[in-house]
Write a protein that binds this ligand. Structure first.
Ligand code: FAD
Length: 831
């Protein structure tokens, strides 16, 4: 017998005692099981603890076998059968995991996913080292709500205007919009948004992601005011710690100021965006160098924790004869001198060695400072150049000559030791090396000389660790960086943490920011007494755990630790439809002729119209059910990573946010009908049905009307049963539950119909059984926020009715004249 439903509560009713004639025995996956006659194979398997996947099965309701994912093989049967709707029979032999069964489930899942126009995890967010919530901030731009957009961004990235100008945009590479056209210009869009609010924020309200926590009484010293140090300062301050930044140079910014030229990153942007820190109460001491003006031991004795964010200021040597000649300079010194002194010597004919950001900046700065001829020498091909391709293009537009597939072998100098040229050798590309790029192999006898009077080297940097030692716990790696725990960024001295280029080697601003944020959260955990070795072990374990288990284990962790977790997502392949392809706008730029004589900003920024339209292109590859969705679970389990049914474009339905509490995203619907049946059979509201025909069938409300117009009681049971995240509940804001006491006739109907028994009738009044006040900060019965004690509140506030009851006069209808009524005043008058 199938489980029966108790219509009043919706809970399964206990089966009546049966005699042995009602019991049958069968074998499932070689295990014997007895079950009641009338139970399905699925129910019998559940008795054994055997999990059969199903998407449409709702345990409290009769089966429909709509999804077919629960198929099993039954010995003697011609075809595989759906286990949710096939009754178990005496002597039956069932197999739930054969190759045939798995193959069929894979096929059914592929079919379901072929019209599932929605993704679980945005690949852009995963690719971003600090995991900015990209679809969410784009949504703010699309709605013109820039302040809240910046707040959202700052949950992970404190400096969106800076990064919007210099980030190498790892997020844009995997953007799914390019399945149909171009990736979204994510980076330029957050630049636009931050630029809209930057000026106002200088003296106005700070756009913080959260209110800073109360002071903890703990203090943190941060050494280095580059992006890693400043990001750490921001997040540590929000946690309520006192923070002081010690910076060797006259201004903060690190390579943002002393490396990246102002034509890419104007200094007022750096100043304005970092100004937020000082207004938040972060202290700063500039022109003070660790190892010279103070020692690490001074900090560890004075501060509860130290974060080393020293960057990578030492330049690699070329390792070729003659490189100490007069006229050979490192790009870091060259660019730094320009910023520090306001000018720098540049040759007439300059050769820059390298192919990254730094090399391009040295080339383009040389052009701006008046060099007649600038040649960039790089040993691989253009494709392998680490600089962003737009920078290489722009450098060429400005007149920089690229010499690709050549490597320097000797610096040539005159008798006075002054550089007059550089000897280079041709390369060809061999097998890929450890970096995955093809190794340059010298071509014998291909040497030649490039004449020049200045050589600028930009072939990588490493940290200057002066002022720290292994004895102090600051261990070195073989790459001359600081060794830290990968998850907590703690060094061998538990009080000292490190991050950014000093740990990663010369990398990027966004990676430095990501490490700064992580360090702040890790230091916070340490200062609050978390056992850091254990934290690290847990995080290592979590990363090695399969996706679904990891997501659920993460919820067991203390939120302060869980935020340090990195769970690699798994991407399932599904069909996307983009009904209205539209390429994103191009960034307007100064012409090469206009820009190569000055340091003015090249990229001019989007107009509001361009930005809003660009943001609207986001496919919103984000699902709130990520990590709990059954379709995702089975998609991963059955490895639907190469979906074969991309032939037909998926439907592209608009999402429905018209109901305050229940959100519907039909693109995630798999027509399993669970919501239809639960709403009809359990709630009795019948809001949904299967609409349309064939390929166009979709579950919706009649005529796609808003839920509130089709008898929805806002119980949320449809969302609860939805296996995919197609129906989700909004966090309730209970402002709309204000009771109008002048109209309530105390009929008790609300108590009767509430499917969650959230209301209860008491001796003296209808009081909430649990406190919506606690949930919403507002009482159901009174206007205005109150402390959460429903009984006391209600007694006090349900005047005059309660007073009547208290006085023994029973309930009487007394309309409220003024609101609220002061009970004390009433008492006085009464006395
Ligand atoms: P840094 O930015 O190097 O900051 C370290 C700070 O520590 C500095 O302020 C320094 O003065 C201070 N410091 C060092 N030693 C001491 C000490 N002993 N005592 C006190 N203070 C100390 N990345 C991108 O993403 N996009 C780009 O376009 C880009 N362009 C670049 C161009 C150039 C020319 C260079 C050199 C780098 C570029 N990078 C770029 C890389 C990026 O700038 C760095 O990866 C990033 O700045 C590292 O941040 P950080 O905070 O770890 O270190």
């Amino acid at each position: 017998m199938a489980t029966t439903i108790d219509n009043t509560s919706g809970a399964p009713r206990a089966p009546a005692p049966r005699d042995s004639r009602d019991m049958i025995s069968l074998t499932i996956d070689d295990q014997d099981v007895s079950c009641e006659r009338g139970e399905t194979i699925l129910e019998a398997a559940q008795r054994l603890g055997i999990h059969i996947p199903t998407l449409c099965h709702e345990p409290r309701l009769p089966s429909t076998a709509a999804c077919r994912v629960c198929v099993v093989e039954v010995e003697g049967a011609r075809k595989a059968v759906p286990s949710c709707s096939t009754l178990a029979a005496d002597g039956m032999v069932v197999r739930t995991g054969t190759d045939k069964v798995r193959g069929m489930r894979h096929l059914y899942l592929e079919l379901l996913l072929s019209d599932h126009n929605s993704f679980c995890t945005p690949p852009c967010r995963d690719a971003c080292p600090t995991h900015i919530k990209i679809p969410q901030f784009l949504d703010y731009i699309a709605h013109g709500d820039y302040k809240n957009g910046v707040r959202k961004l700052r949950e992970d990235l404190p400096f969106p205007a800076i990064l919007g100008r210099v980030c190498p945009r790892p997020c844009e590479g995997p953007c799914r919009r390019q399945l149909v056209e171009h990736p979204i210009t994510i980076c330029w869009l957050h630049r636009f948004m931050a630029d809209q609010t930057r000026a106002d924020e200088q003296t106005g309200e700070l756009l913080l992601p959260v209110e800073p926590k109360p002071d903890t009484g703990k203090n943190i010293a941060i050494v280095g005011g580059g992006p890693a140090g400043l990001a750490c300062a921001f997040y540590a301050r929000l946690e309520g710690h006192d923070v002081k930044v010690f910076e060797a140079l006259p201004h903060v910014g690190g390579m943002l100021r002393y490396g990246i030229p102002s034509y890419r990153l104007p200094r007022d942007v750096v100043d304005e965006e970092t100004n937020m820190l000082w207004r938040l109460g972060v202290e700063l001491e500039v022109n003070t160098r660790l190892g010279v003006d103070f020692q690490l031991d001074d900090l560890t004795s004075e501060y509860d924790a130290v974060f080393l964010a020293l960057g990578a200021f030492n330049s690699n040597d070329m390792g070729i004869p003659g490189e100490d000649a007069d006229g050979v300079v490192t790009a870091v010194d060259f660019l730094g001198e320009l910023e520090l002194k306001g000018d720098v010597h540049v040759g007439h004919r300059v050769t820059v060695i390298g192919g990254g950001f730094t090399a391009m900046d040295a080339c383009r700065t040389s052009i701006r400072k008046g060099a007649n001829e600038v040649t960039c020498v790089y040993r691989r091909s253009r494709k392998e150049m680490p600089a962003h391709h737009t920078e290489v293009d722009e450098a060429e537009e400005e007149g920089v000559k690229l010499e690709l597939l050549v490597a320097p072998v000797r610096v040539v100098s005159d008798e006075a030791g002054k550089v007059i040229g550089i000897e280079v050798q041709r390369m060809e590309l061999g097998e890929p090396d450890a970096s995955g790029r093809r190794r340059p192999v010298p071509v014998e006898g291909s040497e030649s000389i490039i004449e020049c009077d200045q050589v600028i080297t930009a072939i990588g940097q490493y940290p200057n660790l002066d002022g720290t030692s292994e004895e102090q716990g600051v261990k070195r790696t073989r790459w001359r960086t600081v060794a830290v725990d990968e998850f907590t960024l703690q060094t061998a001295d538990p009080r000292v943490f490190a991050g950014g280029d000093v740990v990663l080697g010369a990398q990027t601003v966004i990676q430095a920011v990501a490490q700064g944020k992580k360090a702040a959260w890790s230091i916070d955990a340490y200062l609050r007494g978390a056992p850091m070795d254990e934290v690290s072990r847990e995080l290592v374990e979590l990363r090695a755990t399969p996706f679904f288990s990891a997501m659920s284990k993460k919820t067991d962790l203390d939120p302060a630790i869980a935020r340090l977790a990195e769970i690699p997502p798994v991407f399932i392949d599904m069909t996307t439809d983009v009904s209205h392809p539209a390429p994103p706008a191009d960034m307007p730029k100064c012409s090469p002729e206009a820009r190569k004589t000055n340091f003015d900003q090249i990229e001019q920024g989007f107009t509001e119209e361009e930005a809003r339209r660009g943001a609207e292109l986001c496919l919103d590859c984000y699902c709130p059910a990520n990590g709990t969705c059954d379709l995702q679970r089975y998609g991963i389990e059955y490895e639907v990573f190469e979906n074969r049914f991309h032939g037909e474009a998926a439907h592209d339905y608009p999402a429905d946010f018209r109901h305050d509490f229940i959100m519907r995203e039909p693109n995630r619907c798999i027509n399993c009908l669970r919501c239809v049946r639960v709403c009809r059979m359990e709630v009795g509201a019948s809001c949904y049905d299967s609409m349309g025909r064939g390929w166009d069938t979709i579950v919706s409300t009649p005529d796609n009307m808003p839920l509130q117009m089709v008898g929805c009681v806002s119980c949320g049971k449809c969302a609860e049963t939805c296996p995919t995240g197609s129906i989700e509940t909004n966090p309730r804001r209970l402002g709309s539950y204000d009771l109008d006491e002048s109209r309530c006739i105390f009929c008790g109907e609300c108590v009767e119909v509430c499917p969650y028994d959230a209301l209860e009738q008491t001796d003296f009044f209808e009081l909430a059984d649990y406190s919506r006040t606690a949930l919403a900060g507002e009482s159901l019965f009174v206007r205005g926020a109150k402390a959460a004690d429903p009984l006391r509140e209600s007694l006090k506030d349900l005047v005059p009715h309660v007073l009547d009851a208290e006085l023994g006069a029973g309930w009487q209808w007394t309309p409220i004249e003024s609101d609220p009524v002061d009970l004390d005043e009433f008492d006085k008058e009464d006395a």
